[in-house]
Ligand binder design. Structure first.
Ligand SMILES: Nc1nc2c(ncn2[C@@H]2O[C@H](COP(=O)(O)OP(=O)(O)O)[C@@H](O)[C@H]2O)c(=O)[nH]1
Ligand SMILES: [Mg+2]
Length: 195
């Protein structure tokens, strides 16, 4: 029997309680949104998503043909109100990518993201990093949206994040894009290393 996937990656979501980590995962996996708080994790350490990504043609290689890769994504969610210091080793172990999430309407969640980032640098120094500014749907007017994007740009630069997205688990804006971009980036990273 042929193997069912080309790559398996572990991706973790980090950030303060209530920023919408679980909602983002539920939106991505089930394409639904519930306005109630998800009290706990989804009852498991992680959830699985299968997806195919097309890698970009590699200009440094003779074979400049984009290829489709089958990926199994292991998405890890944080239980309830775990604080950074309590995050278990097994949560970080083997993670290839990290989505750092804050809430655009919650300044503390923005300020405290540095604590999570510090953890990431210590525990998973080679992980690819994305910063997600979630709840973008709550921004009112052009100015607020602009400020949100400006803040996001600043923090992504500070964290040397590979990419950043303004998201909304409520409307679905950029949710699939964020996970797909992370996956594509992980595939590309692996291909470059192995060639
Ligand atoms: N308006 C809005 N509310 C959101 C969004 N994402 C999550 N929420 C709400 O924020 C609260 C916390 O979400 P939850 O996913 O449990 O956050 P977690 O603790 O980070 O996992 C819930 O009431 C969600 O319905 C979003 O993008 N927009
Ligand atoms: Mg949660």
């Amino acid at each position: 029997m042929s193997q069912e996937y080309d790559y398996l990656f572990k991706v973790v979501l980090l950030g303060e309680p209530r920023v919408g980590k679980t909602s983002l995962i539920v939106r991505y996996l089930k394409n639904i949104f519930s306005s109630g708080e998800y009290a706990q994790t989804l009852g498991a350490n992680f959830l699985i998503k299968r997806l195919n990504v097309i890698t970009e043609a590699d200009s440094h290689s003779d074979i400049a043909i984009p290829a489709e890769k089958r990926v199994l994504l292991q998405i890890w969610d944080l239980a309830g109100h775990m604080r950074t210091t309590q995050v278990k080793e097994h949560f970080y172990r083997g993670a290839a990518g990290c989505l750092l999430v804050y809430d655009v309407e919650n300044q503390d969640s923005y300020d405290n993201l540095a604590l999570w980032y510090g953890d990431v640098k210590k525990k998973m120094p080679n992980a690819k990093i994305a910063v997600l500014a979630n709840k973008l749907d709550l921004c009112e007017g052009v100015q607020e949206v602009q400020k949100a994007h400006h803040d996001l740009q600043e923090i992504a630069k500070e964290f040397e994040a590979q990419f950043r997205f303004g998201t909304s688990a409520k409307t679905g804006e950029n949710v699939e894009e964020a996970f797909t971009q992370m996956t594509r980036s992980l595939v590309q990273g692996s291909e470059t290393r192995s060639s």
